[in-house]
Design a protein around this ligand. Structure first.
Ligand SMILES: Cc1cc2nc3c(=O)[nH]c(=O)nc-3n(C[C@H](O)[C@H](O)[C@H](O)COP(=O)(O)OP(=O)(O)OC[C@H]3O[C@@H](n4cnc5c(N)ncnc54)[C@H](O)[C@@H]3O)c2cc1C
Length: 225
């Protein structure tokens, strides 16, 4: 069984919100310089809109060091005090409610944040188990994705998972980037198709099990599982 790491784009409304918080026009061209290894595009002109759409992870919860960094970036004593209090109450007020760096920027407009991209970090790939058998079509893979969606734990608006919501919005014919990685240790059916199996979702849920059922059906080995 293989997994397919996938690269999505941020929701356009979220990108607009981010640009407003940062007070940066969408078309503003910037050139990033690397301060270490990064997956952000460095030494090349790129618009702020593109950076926030395709490169910056916008929905991650703020970290403790994110709270410490804006404090140094503002002269406003009230903002500094508020951020220090949030840092003391990090587990309940930030982590449990998944408050993002962007939410902090909106809440505390005195913060100027040239280091926002460094704090937000690059979009991390999401992994999806391949849920089809190569016997069905060796040139095509199916993935089975649960949409992450619900009232935001921060209490403000709705939360939609970045990649699952992006996939849910794709139309037939749209292009989506990903690559195939073979899981280690391998997760696959026994070689003998007559061997009975008990299927248990190993934390990644139902998706890989669909592939096994399809494989058994195609090899004519369907029976008590
Ligand atoms: C090896 C592997 C295989 C996987 N296979 C599959 C698969 O086959 N199918 C599948 O669907 N997924 C699979 N996953 C999970 C998948 O990779 C993603 O994590 C999942 O789709 C969510 O990604 P997202 O970008 O939509 O959500 P993200 O934007 O990453 O958001 C998810 C995060 O949001 C938080 N969150 C959830 N609800 C709320 C809320 N209401 N308010 C605030 N925060 C919230 C959660 O704590 C979570 O940390 C797999 C993961 C691994 C590691």
């Amino acid at each position: 069984m293989s997994v397919s790491p996938s690269f999505a784009k941020n929701d356009p409304e979220l990108v607009e919100w981010a640009l407003r918080c940062l007070r940066v026009p969408r078309d503003q061209v910037v050139r990033l310089r690397a301060r270490g290894a990064t997956r952000l595009p460095v030494d090349t002109p790129v618009t702020a809109g593109l950076l926030l759409s395709e490169f910056a992870e916008l929905q991650e919860a703020a970290t403790c060091s994110d709270l410490a960094m804006p404090a140094g970036a503002t002269e406003c004593p009230w903002t500094r005090r508020q951020l220090a209090e949030l840092e003391n109450d990090y587990a309940d007020e930030i982590l449990a409610k998944r408050v993002t760096v962007l939410t902090l920027l909106e809440r505390f407009p005195a913060i100027t944040l040239p280091l926002f991209l460094e704090m937000a970090g690059p979009i991390r790939p999401r992994y999806y188990s391949i849920s089809s058998s190569p016997l069905a079509d060796p040139r095509r893979v199916r993935i089975t994705v649960g949409l992450v969606e619900g009232p935001a734990w921060s209490g403000a608006g709705r939360y939609r998972g970045m990649c699952s919501a992006y996939l849910a919005g794709l139309e037939p014919g749209d292009v989506f980037y990903g690559y195939i990685r073979v899981a280690a240790p391998p997760f696959r059916l026994p070689d003998d198709p007559a061997t009975p199996v008990i299927l248990v979702g190993p934390g990644t849920g139902f998706a890989p099990l669909r592939a096994f059922l399809e494989e058994r059906a195609l090899t004519g080995a369907a029976g008590p599982a």
